[in-house]
Write a protein that binds this ligand. Structure first.
Ligand SMILES: Cc1ncc(COP(=O)(O)O)c(C=O)c1O
Length: 418
């Protein structure tokens, strides 16, 4: 019989295999100091493009005060149980009511984390005869939620509305054959890697052909899109067609937790059946109070979203003018597509950090096909034009070196913490 542990240490996985050279630098880097557009990395100050702090709320003085006051008042212990048993509070319910009203829905339910929340919501909603039709590039939390699905799932090509319709007809045929079940479509408001918005309006329009319910994960749209910041549904004018609207607090809210909003009857059903909330302690009080403050600022300080977009547009325009390929983004998420091996990408990132003091994240093989490199830049309301200009200059210079073959290497440089 095999020892499971022995198998694990024989192969640490696609990224783990590089850990001895990468840990603390390319993987698990430590950004230190106050959260902002500049932070300390290994003792050097860097312009940072890797934080989901879209509106700059992470270090907003009112947010910091609300977090500190709530921690002093309640500590981390309260509430002392799951919501259903002993962990409910007026403040939890207030946050749910405010989120529902902001999203123009009847009710909302809080979740402790987006990842486990959406997985568990899929589990609570779908039965064995139901069919889920979902976008091929949905986030891992949706894919992992679907692993628990007892029914069928049909994937459609990314943002391909025609294929979505095809899969809906397949789902409908299956349901007719089973003589039981319904369809849930799951997609995203903004796809976090490429930054393209989900074609929500077009998918909603398919309801006139095949009846279904729709769940949208709008992690990157909440707070950044739409007139009021209510997200991609508001931006595209189809919020009413989204039956269940979901967002994490981990992006625009710069916090922890998540919520799902929708019709009162259905949110109540989820409330009484979502295992990740029923069998887990409720969101601690300082998170709830801190999230109330963040939501208040998100609603009342429109200049935060305006600054974010000003910066995103300046960054994206500057990259395009310099000939960079930023794909199809129509959100603030800014990918930059390049060609090169994993080792070259590592050397380029090192050059950016060590010589240009720019910290950003890259995605390489095996997450994306071999020979491709994607930089993923996250602008925030806090970045300055000077930081954008320095970044653009650094990108032009390092791309020229990449094209000239200056980063060619056989190995990833050993930058691990010793
Ligand atoms: C699209 C999307 N959904 C869900 C999540 C998970 O949210 P959380 O960090 O709250 O678990 C993330 C990442 O944070 C995300 O990008």
């Amino acid at each position: 019989m095999a020892d499971i542990f022995e198998r694990l240490i024989k192969n640490y996985g696609p990224i783990g295999q590089h850990r001895e050279r990468a840990h603390g630098y390319f993987a698990f880097p430590k950004l230190e100091g106050e959260i902002g557009s500049k932070m300390m990395f290994r003792g050097q100050e860097m312009i940072v493009w890797s934080l989901n702090n879209y509106l700059g709320l992470a270090n907003h003085p009112e947010v910091r005060k609300a977090d500190a006051d709530a921690s002093a008042k309640y500590g981390l212990a309260l509430p002392m149980g799951a919501r259903m048993m002993s962990g409910n509070s007026d403040l939890h319910e207030q946050l749910e009511a405010e989120l529902a009203s902001f999203e123009n829905k009847e009710d909302a339910i809080l979740m402790n984390y987006g990842y486990q929340g959406i997985m568990s919501a899929i589990d609570a909603i779908c039965g064995r005869h139901d069919v889920v039709v979902y976008d091929a590039e949905c986030h891992a939390c949706i894919i992992d939620g679907l692993r628990m699905l007892p029914g069928h799932r049909f994937v459609y090509k990314h943002n391909d509305v025609e294929d979505c319709e095809k899969q809906l007809h397949r789902a409908q045929a299956l349901i007719e054959k089973q003589q039981s079940g319904g369809i849930l479509v799951i997609t995203e408001g903004v796809f976090g890697m490429a930054g393209d918005q989900g074609k929500l309006k077009e998918v909603v329009a398919l309801k006139s052909k095949v009846p279904f319910r729709m769940l949208v994960d709008d992690a990157h749209g909440f707070g950044t899109l739409g007139k009021t910041g209510a997200g991609a549904g508001e931006e595209q004018g189809c919020q009413d067609g989204i039956d269940l609207y979901f967002s994490t607090f981990a992006k625009s809210m710069a916090s922890i937790g998540a919520f799902m909003a929708g019709p009162k009857t259905i949110i109540d059903y989820i409330r009484y059946n979502i295992r990740s909330q029923i069998f887990a302690k409720s969101l601690p009080m300082p998170y709830v109070v801190g999230n109330l403050k963040r939501l208040e600022l998100l609603k009342t300080q429109p200049h935060l979203k305006e600054n974010l977009w000003k910066n995103a547009i300046a960054l994206q325009k500057g990259l395009k003018e310099r000939g960079f390929d930023i794909g199809k983004t129509d959100s603030v998420v800014t990918p930059v597509y390049m060609k090169g091996g994993v080792e070259e990408a590592a050397l380029m990132v090192m050059d950016l950090r060590e010589n240009y003091k720019i910290f950003c994240s890259i995605v390489v093989y095996p997450v994306i096909p071999k020979g491709h490199i994607i930089y993923r830049l996250i602008p925030t309301a806090e970045h300055t034009q000077e930081e954008i200009d320095l970044t653009l200059k650094a990108f032009s210079e390092t791309k020229a070196k990449l094209d000239a073959g200056d980063y060619k290497s056989e190995v990833i440089p050993d930058m691990a913490n010793k």
